[in-house]
Ligand binder design. Structure first.
Ligand code: 3PG
Length: 400
């Protein structure tokens, strides 16, 4: 069994590792339930097929048992979305948990307490993984956001619990972030933004092997400008990455990838939401001013390039979109992707800040895929294998 739909589930105890690591406010209210909603299809499938679901996740980065990192605040929302009352355990292993598992009816869901309350989880200690595994007959990994971690509940458990298969969310993430990116409908454009080129080197290098068009935005562009001899005022520059920027430009050229840098930028006299701002050509940033967004000409050029494509992947904002004044470029790209998605272009939003941007604009629902993983989606886009995926029984088949 490499595939959840093929698994015989009736009456089976299924250990499901999900990534329910959602943000909570000071009153323990969930401020973004995306990851809970994303976990529902797999759990519902298990319920409908008569499985007994033992649901596991981490929350935050607790050091030992820490009440504010309990999974208890997730129970009402999970129960509401599943349409059944989810039972909550106070631990994730041990005799009390075993009793609750024994009492689980077919179609019932037991939420275990935060696995990271045990340091053995992150250390991937076999004895701990074995205890988790002993609770169930089958392992379903649906925790895409944690698939880059070789932890006991993501990787270790597969050594003691067979079969180990991918859940629907994990499969969908792989279909888009690996399948659609490796064998894209062409032309294929990648949009990469974010403040630092150093954190996106792997992604840019990997995408240069695959894409036809590469659009760069965000703070990282000033390192590229400086590498080309332009003056960048007091914009963010990684001085030790100038050579790298030059080599990436050369690599794009050698590969025949059309790499576009913004032609104009919105500059500010300080890094603040109420800074004075103006739009200038990329070659005319005065001293004392810093670039905080891409300008309208760049948006126009980027949009024209995107209009020619069939597949688009986007990772990283075009500017400091947390400040409304400098969110225009990022929001324009989000709107463009929404428009193209409606016309049948495959649009993939890869993790982190770009997800926040499409949500801010209110166009999240129309994208082909929005990744639930930050670090995991970056690593996949860099072409790395994820420990939580390769540990599964068969290489997870990736749809294109
Ligand atoms: C995430 O939020 O990226 C995942 O849940 C993984 O969390 P971690 O970075 O604490 O391992």
């Amino acid at each position: 069994v490499g595939d959840l739909t093929a698994a015989d589930l009736k009456g089976k105890k299924v250990f499901v590792r999900a990534d329910l690591n959602v943000p909570l406010d000071d009153s323990q209210n969930i401020t973004d339930d995306t990851r809970i909603r994303a976990a529902i299809p797999t759990i519902k499938h298990l319920i409908q097929n008569g499985a007994k679901v033992i649901l596991s996740s981490h929350l935050g980065r607790p050091k030992g048992v820490t009440p504010k990192f309990s999974l208890a605040p997730l129970v009402p929302r999970l129960s509401e979305l599943l349409g059944i009352q989810v039972v909550k355990a106070d631990d994730c292993i041990g005799p009390e948990v075993e009793k609750l598992v024994a009492a689980l009816p077919e179609g019932g869901v037991l939420l275990l307490e935060n696995v990271r309350f045990y340091k053995e989880e992150e250390k991937n200690e076999p004895e701990f993984a074995k205890k988790l595994a002993s609770l169930a007959d089958l392992f379903v990994n649906d925790a895409f956001g944690t698939a880059h971690r070789a932890h006991a509940s993501t990787e270790g458990v597969t050594k003691f619990l067979k079969p180990s298969v991918a859940g629907f969310l994990l499969q969908k993430e792989l279909d888009y972030l690996v399948g659609a990116v490796s064998s894209p409908k062409r032309p294929f454009a990648a949009i990469v933004g974010g403040s630092k080129v150093s954190s996106k080197i792997g992604v840019i290098e990997s995408l240069l092997e695959k894409c036809d068009i590469l659009l760069l935005g965000g703070g990282m562009i000033f390192t590229f400008y400086k590498a080309q001899g332009l003056s960048v005022g007091s914009s963010l520059v990684e001085e030790d990455k100038l050579e790298l920027a030059t080599s990436l430009l050369a690599k794009a050229k050698a590969k025949g990838v059309s790499l576009l840098l913004p032609t104009d930028v919105v500059i500010a006299d300080k890094f603040a939401p109420d800074a004075n701002s103006k739009i200038v050509p990329a070659s005319a940033i005065p001293d004392g001013w810093m670039g905080l967004d891409i300008g309208p000409d760049s948006v126009k050029t980027f949009n024209e390039a995107l209009d020619t494509t069939q597949t688009i992947i986007w990772n990283g904002p075009m500017g400091v979109f947390e400040f409304d004044k400098f969110a225009v470029g990022t929001e324009a790209i989000a709107k463009k992707l929404a428009e193209l998605s409606g016309k049948g272009v495959t649009t993939i939003i890869g993790g982190g800040d770009s997800v926040a941007a499409v949500e801010k604009v209110g166009v999240a629902d129309v994208m082909s895929h929005i990744s639930t993983g930050g670090g995991a989606s970056l690593e996949l886009l860099e072409g790395k294998e994820l420990p939580g995926v390769i540990a599964l029984d068969e290489a997870v088949p990736v749809a294109v």
